[in-house]
Design a protein around this ligand. Structure first.
Ligand SMILES: Cc1cc2nc3c(=O)[nH]c(=O)nc-3n(C[C@H](O)[C@H](O)[C@H](O)COP(=O)(O)OP(=O)(O)OC[C@H]3O[C@@H](n4cnc5c(N)ncnc54)[C@H](O)[C@@H]3O)c2cc1C
Length: 384
């Protein structure tokens, strides 16, 4: 792997070329079919693993490429830019969220057990915090794990879990000290082949159709003591530590998706004619495109700075919240503005802009809603 900043950036751009080619030749030809089928085949994970596109920033000893976070984010960027939002979300949860949890707070055994299989695509990773009765208000979760000898017995239900159908390992947040408040939750790595684990149906969504999102049920799932991830009762602290990275990843995806939809809209504005001229000659289209590009570039600058801060260990939760808020709101404004330029065609599902619009909408909700992001930012400004 490269050592200087210059080496790193040229290595990243070479990697980008490889990823872009892979996306164009291996994934894009199936995009329509996967959207219609509301799912991609399980083998896609193994193929991504073989191509070296999973867990890119995990150390080589654990099967990764030993790259840095921006290099891993190249995969997310290229999938998002191409409009493969479902796959982008699935891969990002797997590589940019679940794998880093294991790397940062997992034991050596947990790293050996899960990371090489996640890098090869043999195991798909998911993270399950949200429950039917607790989303933003995570402290209210009811899933619980009780000690029984050397084991933990896990019970509960989770919902809206990305990669829920294909997951082979799920990081589950559960109460281990019921009246412990924020200090009563722990994280577990749950092997989905264990007895008592059940996956619900693949939930039907407004957008990101190709990704599997599911309910998960845990009924007396017996976990060995070494399934605990990190420290007992410190689950919330661990979540708080990892959230800035998750929010930066979402923001990187937002910028790339907006860039992709702007590119497609520029092409359309040049080609489509009305009143004897191309759409791109109407002042409204020109101003709208200029506004959207400016909106995108402002968000990109913020996200790039945030990524650098993350790499330097200086990204604060408030800053990450601000970046997630700004970039995902920008993505939705851009998708909406682009759809308008496509006119009626923009509302047709076979047009990528219609998908970009529907796919974008969830970005303001998962990973913490825009309202929660505002609350976090306001708290620093005004106190609680
Ligand atoms: C496609 C998809 C994929 C997902 N993937 C995952 C996953 O992999 N893992 C996982 O754990 N979860 C996942 N989620 C869940 C997601 O993180 C939650 O939906 C999100 O956190 C919001 O929680 P909620 O849906 O319960 O909404 P609620 O918390 O009920 O919020 C409803 C509304 O009230 C607002 N609100 C709530 N509290 C406040 C407040 N204090 N101040 C102001 N407004 C407030 C919210 O902003 C929102 O507008 C996913 C969701 C979807 C739809």
């Amino acid at each position: 792997m490269a050592s200087t900043a210059e080496d790193l950036s040229s290595e990243r751009e070479m990697f980008r070329d490889t990823v872009r080619r892979y996306v164009e030749t291996e994934l894009m030809p199936h995009a329509e079919e996967w959207e219609e089928a509301e799912g991609y085949p399980r083998e896609v994970w193994n193929q991504l693993g073989e191509a070296g596109l999973l867990c890119v920033d995990m150390p080589e000893e654990y099967g990764g490429l030993g790259g840095d976070f921006p290099m891993s984010a190249v995969v997310l960027e290229e999938l998002s830019r191409a409009g493969l939002a479902g796959l982008a979300t699935g891969v990002s949860v797997h590589s940019d969220i679940v794998a880093p949890y294991v790397l940062h707070i997992g034991s050596d055994e947990q790293k050996q057990k899960w990371l090489p299989k996640m890098a090869s695509g043999e195991v798909v990773g998911a993270i399950a915090m949200t429950e039917p009765g607790a989303g933003s208000d995570l402290q209210n979760i009811r899933s619980n794990a009780k000690k029984d000898g050397d084991q933990w017995v896990l019970n509960g239900a989770k919902t809206f879990i990305t990669n829920g159908i294909y997951a082979g390992m799920v990081i589950v947040a559960a109460k281990t000290t019921p009246d412990g408040g924020s200090k009563g939750t722990s994280l577990f790595t749950v092997d989905t082949s264990l007895e008592g684990f059940r996956t619900g149906r693949n939930l039907r969504k407004l957008g990101q159709h190709s990704n599997d999102t599911a309910e998960l049920f845990f009924e007396d799932v017996r976990l060995e003591a070494d399934a605990m991830l990190g420290t007992e009762n410190r689950g919330f602290m661990h979540l708080m530590d990892e959230l800035p990275r998750e929010r930066i990843a979402l923001s990187i995806g937002a910028v790339a998706a907006a860039e992709g939809v702007i590119e497609k809209t520029l092409e359309y504005a040049r080609e489509r004619k009305a009143f004897g001229q191309s759409l791109g000659q109407f002042q409204n289209t020109r101003f709208k495109m200029a506004e959207m590009k400016t909106d995108l570039e402002m968000a990109r600058a913020l996200v790039q700075q945030g990524t650098q801060d993350y790499l330097n260990g200086q990204l604060t939760p408030t800053r990450a919240a601000m970046i997630k808020l700004g970039s995902t709101e920008m993505q939705c404004r851009v998708a909406d503005g682009c759809l308008q330029i496509f006119g009626g065609y923009g509302y047709m599902r076979e047009y990528p802009v219609a998908r970009a619009f529907a796919d974008a909408r969830i970005q303001r909700i998962y990973g913490g809603t825009s309202e929660i992001m505002k609350e976090l930012v306001a708290r620093e400004m005004l106190g609680r």
